[in-house]
Design a protein around this ligand. Structure first.
Ligand code: ADP
Ligand code: MG
Length: 241
């Protein structure tokens, strides 16, 4: 099991946001997390790489217990790539610079090796020809693909996506989703928070419906999105589809 979440609780102050999440993601599996705004989707992803500290529960990623107080958080984060709604590229660096800097700083790769890995991953997202451009010269969709390539350049075992296409103009969404589709097909282990139900249906091995901090329903996409069993899931899907 690549990601194992057991009894995860997260409160902010007195407010419980995650109220007992149990979830497993197998190696090479893509799990889409859907649910209303405020249901705890981002908090769930952020707990997996300890951007948020769980209030209770246990999370294991690739055999290492993230929630072990003794764990080397930086070592764990190196194995987990995260892509956000906002691309968070360094505006003063070229595309290539965005990909090489974290490799040099965090992984201590040589300049030549970092550049080589950057080129491989830019090619993977179809943006090799933009290596010398600056983020501001790219469309939102291209910037998000650079953000994905930057995360991939760190050689993660797991990729977390938090609504990666929500900030994009509709015509730019498709290219980002194709990159993610290919990544899933290549066997990456992925957790994807998304409102793109067609993507979930097509790519997810499993869909998890989160509402009010609990998993209400989970199963194959065809079931959860196509034939939901719970009224809360149906109500949500009626609103987004
Ligand atoms: P989603 O991603 O599903 O929209 P979030 O995980 O962002 O939901 O948020 C779930 C709930 O937790 C919301 O009510 C939100 O206001 C609250 N919340 C998230 N982050 C914080 C924080 N840092 N401090 C206090 N409350 C937070
Ligand atoms: Mg969110």
């Amino acid at each position: 099991m690549e990601i194992e979440i057991r009894g995860l609780h997260k409160s902010f102050g007195d407010t419980p946001v995650l109220r007992g999440i149990d979830l497993e993601v197998a190696r090479g599996e893509t799990v889409c997390v859907i649910g209303p705004s405020g249901s705890g989707k981002s908090t769930l992803l952020r707990c997996v790489n300890l951007l948020e500290e769980p209030t209770a529960g246990r999370i294991v990623v690739g055999g290492a217990e993230v929630t072990d107080p003794e764990v080397d958080i930086d070592a764990v984060r190196r194995r987990i790539g995260m892509v956000f709604q906002q691309f968070n590229l360094f505006p003063q660096l070229t595309v290539a610079g965005n990909l090489t800097l974290p490799q040099r700083r965090v992984l201590r790769r040589s300049k030549a090796r970092a550049a080589e890995v950057a080129r491989e991953n830019l090619a993977r997202v179809g943006l090799l020809e933009k290596a010398d451009a600056y983020p501001a010269q790219l469309s939102g969709g291209q910037q998000q693909r650079v953000a994905i390539a930057r995360a991939l350049s760190m050689g993660p075992e797991v990729m977390l996506f938090d609504e990666p296409t929500s900030a994009l103009d509709p015509e730019l969404v498709g290219d980002v989703l194709s990159v993610m589709r290919r990544l899933a097909a290549d066997g990456m282990t992925m957790m994807v928070v998304t409102h793109e139900m067609s993507f979930a249906r097509e790519v997810a091995d499993r869909v998890v419906f989160l509402d009010d901090g609990v998993i209400v329903e989970e199963g194959p996409a065809a079931q959860v999105v196509g034939a939901p069993r719970h009224e809360r899931t149906r109500n949500f899907l009626d609103r987004v589809l």
